[in-house]
Each structure stands twice: as C-alpha cells, then as structure tokens.
Design a protein around this ligand. Structure first.
Ligand code: NAD
Length: 470
C-alpha cells in the first residue's frame, strides 16, 4: 500500500500547494500506515479549474462512450479488488471478508449499473410540443465519509460520469488511501484528464473550500447532519444544487406473526456489520410486548456470534470503530444508556482490548423512545430493543426521531409488512428481510437528507432540464 504525495488533478499526480499532511491510522492497532497531503483552498481551486476545463468535452462525449469508460473503470477496480479490500481493512478496520464482499462488491455492482444506465438512459424526452433535454449539471464537488470508503465515492462518481458531469472529490480524512487507489483506477481506465480530480484534506479546510467554490455547480455530500446543514446553507446562499445523504436511526419493526428468530438474527447482523457504522443501520429493534423477553434472549445469543478482534483474522466478524474520537463517543453513548436506565444484556462501555479502537458488541433492553440511545445516531455496534403495545404504538416509535433513512418490517406476510411500511416516514424499508438493491433510490426523509443516490433516480441528481418548444 503506497500513499501518493500529491493530488490527482488534470490527469496527473501534482504536488500539493501546502506542506501539511494527514496521517492515516490503522484503527485495529493504532499504528500509522501512511500519510497524505492536507489540501488547501489553492489545491481545490486548481482541481475545480481542471474539472471546469474538462467539462465541455466530457459533456459532449456520446453516452455510449461514457458508458464504456465507466465499464473500464469497473474492470480496473475488479482487477485490483484484493488490494482495495486490504487497504479498506487497514484504514477502516473492516474484517477482510466483509471488505471483499461488501466494501468492494457493492461499488462494483454500482459501477456496473451505471455503465448500463449511461448506455440505455434516454437523455431526451418529448412532452406535448416540447422536447426536454436532460443535460449534465456541470462540475460536481463530492464530499464523502469514511464508513464505506469506496462505495460512497463510486455512488457519486459513477452517476456523475454517466450524466456527463466532471468532478472534484474530497474524501474523508480517515480513509484517503482507498480514494487514492480509486484515482489510480480512473487513470488506468483511460478516463480523460480533468474529468475526475482528487483533493485529500480536512473537512473544515479542503471540504469547506470545495463546498463554497463558485466554480462548483452541485455539491454532493455524504456525512453527518451537522456538517450537512452547514453545506446546505452555503449552497443555498450561492443558489447552487445540493444533495445531502446524512445520518439515520432506523427502526427494525417486528410485527406479531413474523419469524421472530430470523428477524432478530438478521436485525443484529444489520447493526454489527461494519461495526455499526452504516448510516442506515437498524439500530432500534421494535418488538411486541408479548414477545419482548424472547427477542431479548435471541439478540443476546446472536450477538455472541460476533467475535471482536484483528480484522485480518478470518474468524473476526467485528472490527474496531474508525478512530479515537468515535471510540470515546460510542462508549460515551453506552455509558449514557446505562445512566438513563436501559438494561445492558450484552457488551458495555469498557474497551475489550488495550490497543485498537474496539467496542464490545452491545445490546440494550428496556429502552424507552425518549432515551438518548433511542434518539441519537451512535454509529457503533450498539443495538437498542424497544417494546411496543400495538401497531399504532410501534408506528409512533418508529417515526419518532428526526431521522428517516432506512427501516425494516417483518410480518407474517409481505402484504401486512407493506401496509405498515407505507406509513413509515423513511426513504427505504426492507420487507421481511429484503436485500439491498443497487438500483433502488437511497436517501432520507426528514433530517436524513435531500436527494437520492443509486440507480436511475441517482442519475437524475446530476442532470438539469432544458425545454425546447416547437
Ligand atoms: P462528517 O460529516 O464529519 O464528514 C463527512 C465528510 O465531510 C468528510 O469528508 C469530512 O472531511 C467533510 N467535512 C467535515 N466538515 C466539513 C465542512 N465544514 N465543510 C465541508 N466538508 C466537511 O461525517 P463522518 O464522521 O465522516 O461520517 C459519519 C456520519 O455520516 C454519520 O452521521 C453517518 O450517518 C453519516 N453517513 C450518512 C450516509 C448516507 O448515505 N446517508 C452514509 C454514510 C455516512
């Protein structure tokens, strides 16, 4: 794994404007595994100029050709799958098997979907006496988080390229090595110079400069609600398009008649995968009062099948959380849960190892909807189980947070689950264990965000319309 010294701008690795660097730390053992340049406003400006210069050419490239280049990018990523997974394991702490299957597998599927969509999408439609042209919005400023280092990047870059946009990416401070590998792949795939540019750096410096740059036409941000709010305000003041994928506190509603054992075990898995660091993680499990204690025992048993430890060990299912700050924060939430009267049935605030940012897989019972752990996003391996009296009560609890990103409903049949899902204020709902679909729009209701990613809906975020009347 080698870290580049420069920024990928205009089709080449160029020295950074400043000398500051960001150290990359392996969260499993706290060792420094590399360093990347901390970009400044000057680097961002150079990258935006390169993207702007490349825009007319890329926008005019035939969709079939753009599709072929996205396909080529997918093929390079697939060929370098092992190296990417190892990098993600090293900088994020993801167990290697999960890194291969999900962290690399999902973006490969997303890239494939956009290679197909770019070729088949109709960038023109006829409405009465008008022809509506769907044109690329221009230069995109993409700002991504660390929790899915490759997927978050591909979920923005692939649709932007398909639409005919050019980009500047500012990846998260904690996982820049994966982003550098991605830039190498873009280069190797033969995507024209300036179409994709990478500036590593901190949020408040490089991220802020990118979000505020007047040469950026659309800011696509994934991250925390607090930063999203700030970026939304900056974009609003500049009358600039913005897409925000923010936090979540998703409910896993288990209705009477559902297969309880299956629902609990899948629900626990959904939280523990990626060490609870998925924005749509089903962190609130809602169970009918009559089945409550049975569900709690099943969850305690299920969580015991998630051994914590070295992410390169094939037996490990739960890696560390990303960094020292999150380590403190997540364990602080666990302490808060105990303090507010929830019943700890597995795990706890104590770190299981001296080295590494590990958190024991934790399950709380007797959680009430008003508790901090039932309201705020923890972003760690912590599950809260809440009891409900009847369906109306379950719905009130499920909808009773400021978020609305994901969700799940389990019932005796799909029809019953769908009837409940229709009343949920959330962007995605898995019905009786329905699987993640890379074509389905992903995004939030309420404070979970603005806009949608993935599939054809995700593509339209990067397009603007022009009507020609005849
Ligand atoms: P974060 O908001 O701190 O950082 C996200 C990105 O924004 C990083 O690249 C960071 O450098 C940058 N950033 C930080 N401050 C900035 C500023 N002032 N201006 C511009 N850019 C700035 O979030 P995080 O800690 O990296 O990620 C965790 C959060 O992201 C969680 O709340 C999680 O739910 C959310 N998230 C949401 C989704 C989704 O799709 N909805 C996906 C993943 C993560």
């Amino acid at each position: 794994m080698k870290a580049h010294d420069g920024m990928y701008i205009g089709g080449a690795w160029r020295p950074a404007a400043g000398r500051d660097r960001i150290e990359v730390v392996n969260p499993a053992d706290e060792t420094v595994i590399g360093a990347v340049p901390a970009g400044t406003a000057e680097d961002v400006d150079a990258a935006v100029r390169a993207a702007r210069a490349a825009f007319p050419g890329w926008a005019a490239t035939a969709p079939a050709e753009r599709a072929a280049l996205i396909g080529a990018l997918r093929d390079v990523l697939a060929a370098r799958k092992g190296e990417i997974a190892e990098t993600i394991t090293a900088e994020l702490g993801s167990p290697l098997g999960f890194a291969e299957m999900v962290h690399v597998g999902a973006p490969l599927a997303v890239a494939s979907s956009y290679a197909e969509l770019a070729a088949s999408y109709s960038f023109e439609e006829r409405l009465g006496n008008s022809t509506v042209l769907l044109e690329p919005i221009g230069v995109v400023g993409a700002i991504t988080p660390w929790n899915y280092p490759l997927h978050q990047v591909v979920a923005k870059v692939a649709p932007a390229l398909a639409a005919g946009c050019t980009l500047v990416l500012k990846p998260a401070e904690d996982t820049p090595l994966t982003a550098q590998l991605f830039a190498e792949a873009v280069h190797e795939a033969g995507i024209p110079a300036g179409v994709f540019n990478l500036v590593t750096g901190t949020g408040p410096v490089a991220g802020q400069a990118l979000a505020a740059h007047e040469g950026v036409d659309l800011v696509s941000f994934t991250g925390s609600t607090a930063v999203g709010r700030q970026i939304g305000a900056t974009a609003g003041a500049a009358i600039k398009r913005v897409a925000l994928e923010l936090g979540g506190k998703s409910a896993n509603v288990i209705l009477p008649g559902a297969d309880l054992a299956k629902a609990v075990s899948a629900g626990v898995g959904h939280v523990m995968n990626n060490t609870g660091q998925s924005c749509n993680a089903l962190t609130r499990m809602l169970v009918h009062r009559d089945q409550y204690e049975e569900a709690v025992s099943l969850a305690a048993a299920a969580v015991a099948t998630y051994p914590t430890g070295d992410p390169t060990d094939p037996a490990t299912r739960l890696g560390p959380v990303i960094n020292a700050k999150q380590h403190e924060r997540v364990r602080g939430y666990i302490a808060k849960g105990v303090e507010e009267g929830a019943r700890l049935v597995a795990g706890g605030a104590e770190a299981p190892y001296e080295r590494g940012y590990f958190v024991a897989p934790t399950v709380f019972a007797d959680v009430t909807p008003d508790m901090t752990i039932a309201q705020e996003e923890i972003f760690g391996p912590v599950l809260s189980i809440l009891a409900y009296e009847d369906e109306e009560d379950a719905l009130r609890i499920a909808n009773g947070t400021v978020y609305g990103l994901g969700g799940a409903v389990w019932a005796a049949d799909d029809e019953t689950a769908v009837a409940f899902a229709r009343r949920m204020d959330t962007g995605q709902v898995d019905i009786n264990g329905g699987r993640f679909n890379v074509l389905a729009p992903f995004g939030g209701y309420k404070q979970s965000g603005v806009g949608r990613e993935l599939g054809p809906h995700g593509l339209t975020e990067y397009l603007q319309t022009k009507s020609l009347q005849f």
